[in-house]
Design a protein around this ligand. Structure first.
Ligand code: T5A
Length: 213
């Protein structure tokens, strides 16, 4: 059995990850691929329970370190129970957010130490790391306006604009540091234009993986 691929989608609130990940899943399934669609925080019953704690605005007193540990705990379970087995079985795993979100939100947004974040990342993920990451880039103001138009905000969406601007800057720093893994796509374009850019990138990655298999 050949290993599959692990592809993550990242970006600020409202950048369109959920919309795009579903369109890509449809495209890959239509081409006969085995696809596993999952998300963070979440993807397993225990990690979804942690998600509920993390996003509930009632927990507005959650300390940044507690938040970091809960995201890491949810990720450890998700990697163990879903991502690693699915990639090992040859599936294309599409994940809505992964460890880059921790670097952007808890590092950029909350200003927690990069050293602590990277140490916990290794504990939670081991050697499981995305083959490719699509970063949907959008201004924080536009992302929040899309999110607000959907209704009540969760605990993190409710953070001020400056927080979300730091998160966006941190994502762009990751992309500049790792240009081979992270593809930046302009998320201000139409849904179809964004979807086409994503398809082009992922189809090329799949062809490359087949050529080297
Ligand atoms: N988090 C997560 C951390 O702090 N640390 C971590 O380690 C991890 C893993 C997760 C929260 O947790 C934080 C980040 C998040 O705050 P979530 O509910 O998963 O919470 O939040 P998001 O991932 O931000 O999900 P959203 O649903 O808010 O945004 P999406 O998925 O990016 O966007 P989507 O597709 O739902 O679209 C949003 C709206 O915009 C429209 C859609 O129709 C929808 O109404 N839209 C467009 N409009 C115009 N043009 C386009 N191109 C559009 N694409 C979509």
């Amino acid at each position: 059995m050949t290993d599959g691929l692990f592809i993550t989608f990242e970006g600020i609130e409202g950048c369109g990850k959920t919309t795009q990940i579903r369109l890509l899943a449809d495209h890959l399934r239509a081409a006969g691929r085995s696809v596993v669609l999952t998300r963070e925080p979440g993807g397993t019953p225990a990690a979804e329970a942690i998600r509920t704690i993390l996003l509930d605005p009632a927990h507005d007193g959650l300390a940044p370190t507690t938040e970091l540990l809960l995201y890491a705990a949810a990720r450890a379970q998700h990697v163990h129970q879903v991502i690693r087995p699915a990639v090992g079985a040859g599936a294309v795993v599409l994940c809505d957010r992964f460890a880059d979100s921790t670097e952007a939100y808890q590092g950029g947004g909350r200003a927690l130490s990069q050293e602590t974040i990277q140490t916990l990342r290794k504990v939670a993920t081991g050697d499981t790391w995305p083959d490719c990451t699509i970063l949907l880039d959008l201004s924080a103001a536009e992302g929040l306006s899309r999110t607000r138009s959907r209704g009540a905000l969760d605990r993190i969406e409710g953070e001020p604009l400056a927080f979300h601007e730091r998160v966006r800057a941190a994502f762009l720093d990751i992309a500049a540091r790792e240009p081979k893994r992270v593809a930046v796509v302009n998320a201000a374009a139409s849904v179809e234009t964004v979807a086409e850019a994503v398809r082009v990138r992922i189809d090329a990655l799949l062809r490359e993986a087949e050529a080297t298999a």
